[in-house]
Design a protein around this ligand. Structure first.
Ligand code: ZN
Length: 214
């Protein structure tokens, strides 16, 4: 599907911005139906927020809508440093359903959005050391995998704010020691779904402000 682009010139500068990571927000018009199924047709007021006095940026007019106000979940990583590997093939014919954000081992992983730590899980031979954080509205799970370690004191039930440290980039599970990275997924959760369930949406356009590679 082609994706139209528009230049947004009204960046919201009043958002709370901390240090070196990007934050962007979507203010989407349209019905709550459109929102709840994760896709919004037509134009909305989308804005990418960089830092004060940043130039306008291009964002997709039609995007899969995740939770608002996502931060790139690896400290210091810019949107142009990410690649879209959402549809990449993985073992057993599975689709990746996530993106890998490459970063040096030990780099801080931060919460992409506010939420509650729902599960800290050791996924042997797969995601390794992982964290599942559910959004405040309950509709999304943010999944962080291959962690070297958790942030000190991180525990299930804990509330995190956007930008709070989740852990550090590693290569636990089936990640290659030669390529430490954060495996990051966003799952849309239907009522009653548990932490291991949900339907993945592509985090890439939400984080990078660019269309999915497809
Ligand atoms: Zn991955």
């Amino acid at each position: 599907m082609g994706r139209a682009f528009t230049v947004i010139s009204t960046a919201v500068i009043t958002a709370v911005l901390t240090s070196a990571f990007w934050v962007f927000t979507y203010n989407i018009g349209g019905s709550s139906d459109a929102r709840s199924n994760g896709r919004v047709e037509g134009t909305g007021d989308a804005a990418i927020v960089k830092r004060a006095n940043s130039p306008p940026v291009e964002v997709a007019e039609t995007v899969e809508i995740g939770p608002t106000g996502l931060a790139i979940p690896v400290a210091g990583i810019k949107r142009d440093q990410m690649t879209d590997t959402f549809t990449a093939a993985r073992a057993g014919g599975r689709r990746h359903d996530a993106i890998d954000i490459m970063a040096p081992e030990g780099t801080a992983i931060i919460a992409t959005a506010p939420g509650t730590v729902e599960k800290l899980f050791e996924s042997v031979g797969k995601g390794g050391t992982t964290a599942y954080v559910r959004s405040e509205d309950g509709k999304w799970i943010y999944y962080y995998a291959h962690l070297l370690s958790y942030a000190p004191g991180l525990r299930e039930g804990q509330k995190v704010a956007r930008g709070d440290m989740i852990g550090r980039v590693g290569h636990t599970g089936d990640a290659s020691p030669a390529g430490p990275h954060l495996h990051f997924a966003i799952n849309q959760m239907n009522p009653g779904e548990r932490w291991w369930q949900g339907t993945p949406i592509n985090p890439y356009p939400l984080l990078a402000g660019k269309p999915a590679k497809g």
